[in-house]
Design a protein around this ligand. Structure first.
Ligand code: FES
Length: 340
């Protein structure tokens, strides 16, 4: 996951949120380095102020950055590490920024301290895949580059297809070129006459036991999912950093939620989200993106039939209806009973 700064769904007002849900388990870090790596793209390095070790993570993991302006943004970690002394993230300035990347580029400076979450991973690399094919578009390279470095270090069989509008937009270009064309296929839309990367051809050419990973803008992810539809689902891995789709009008609210552990009941009015109503009621809930893309608000469903609008659960997981993202789901049944 990299930042989803320009999505159109406004997060619920921060002032309404119980502080305990946000503050629990946060880590204080200091920004130690900012390095430009492509047009409007910087790499930011964070360390503990006391120089200590940070929690370990695997490729595909991301952290939440709690910005001093009250915004919360998620960014993938760039380098695989056990007991890391630093966290490194790549951030692109979004022309349609809602305040996240704009604030980071304009205000964050080396030496500033801020709070981050421990790493979470909704996009893990399968450890024993025979062959791995990675796809990245634009700033979607961040989790994919972490995977590529890990696969390379383990001498595994892998390939990367990385697409950007032009060379100026491509992060880590020189490093990637050194890995060789048999490993890394770089695609520049402007040098291909405006044509996008042919994801379908790359998937068709891969062996039947290959695992596929993709992170990039939504059109690329949709092309990837369509092209990989004939492959076994467990071999297809995708990470959205903006919501796959906005919840259609009339699919949110208009039902009751019962919290099984406390016995409390809340009516979710038409057009509202469960998370918003629980915030307003002062219920302490885990959440991060509020957009259905981070997985932090996942909640077990005890009874009722949810309508899923998240970009985290697989089709099979959504069809099972035993868990939901309460930041964005609706309900087909009049009542949802949740394990909280
Ligand atoms: S808060 Fe991120 S998926 Fe719900």
């Amino acid at each position: 996951m990299t930042c989803m700064d320009s999505v159109t769904t406004p997060p619920a007002a921060d002032a309404q949120k119980p502080e305990s849900a946000r503050a629990a388990g946060l880590i204080e870090v200091r920004l130690s380095e900012i390095e430009p790596v492509a047009r409007d793209t910087n790499v930011y390095t964070f360390v503990r102020p006391d120089g200590g070790v940070l929690p370990s993570y695997k490729p595909g993991a991301h952290i939440d950055i709690h910005l001093p302006n009250g915004l919360l943004r998620q960014f993938s970690l760039l380098n695989p590490a056990t007991d890391p002394e630093k966290y490194v993230v790549g951030i692109k300035l979004d022309a349609a920024s809602r305040g996240g990347s704009r604030y980071i580029f304009d205000q964050l400076r080396v030496g500033h301290t801020l709070k981050i979450s421990a790493p979470r991973n909704n996009f893990p690399l399968v450890e024993d895949a025979e062959h791995v094919v990675l796809f990245a578009g634009g700033i979607g390279i961040t989790p994919i580059w972490c995977m590529a470095q890990e696969l390379n270090a383990q001498n595994r069989s892998w390939q990367l297809h990385y697409s950007c509008r032009s060379r100026a937009d491509m992060a880590f270009l020189e490093t990637l070129k050194k890995l060789g064309p048999e490993r890394v296929h770089l695609h520049f839309d402007d040098e291909a006459g405006g044509k996008f990367l042919d994801v379908a051809a790359a998937i068709a050419a891969a062996p039947s036991d290959a695992h596929f990973y993709c992170c990039g803008p939504n059109p690329m992810l949709k092309a990837f999912e369509a092209a990989a539809a004939g492959r076994p689902r467990p071999q297809v891995h995708v990470e959205y950093f903006t919501p796959k789709e906005e919840a259609a009008e009339g699919t949110l609210g208009g039902f009751w939620v019962e919290l099984a552990r406390s016995g409390e009941e809340y009516y979710i009015p038409e057009g509202q989200k469960i998370l918003e109503v629980l915030f307003q009621a002062g219920v302490d809930v885990d959440y991060s993106c509020e957009l259905g893309i981070c997985g932090e608000c996942v909640t077990r469903v005890i009874s009722g039939i949810p309508v899923h609008h998240d970009s985290v659960l697989s089709e099979e997981e959504q069809a099972a209806n035993d868990k939901v993202m309460i930041c964005c789901c609706g309900s087909k049944s009049e009542r949802l009973v949740l394990d909280m």
